[in-house]
Design a protein around this ligand. Sequence first.
Ligand code: 5GP
Ligand code: ZN
Length: 113
Amino acid sequence: MDCIFCKIIAGEIPSKKVYEDDDVVAFYDIHPEAPVHVLVVPKHHVEGIQDLSEESYRVLKPVHQAIQKVAKMTGIDKTGYRVIANCGPGAGQTVLHLHYHVLGGKDLGVKLL
Ligand code: 5GP
Ligand code: ZN
């Protein structure tokens, strides 16, 4: 499948991994928008929140557990962090494999992104 994140999950494209378990991988974004910018990605390919089904909802629990772990591991759990999922190309989603941006390490203010 021609999916960058599936290739990262398969180890075909290198990434700077922060966390991995049976269901989830988390790695640093190649174009960081904050001092900590990690992508938390289920190993199961689904295009995004817009594409979740009864079968794929099960990935949400491990994904959210991984977000908590990544926040602790990168030291942003106490100061606060932002989690963003772009849903569809019209919202700026460029990789059509469900992923959550976890951003922190600076004052994120109240702006939308
Ligand atoms: P989206 O725009 O789909 O919400 O987010 C996709 C993110 O993936 C972007 O922030 C982009 O910088 C990141 N990205 C795209 N290709 C790669 C890659 O090969 N490696 C890593 N680590 N991040 C990538
Ligand atoms: Zn994929």
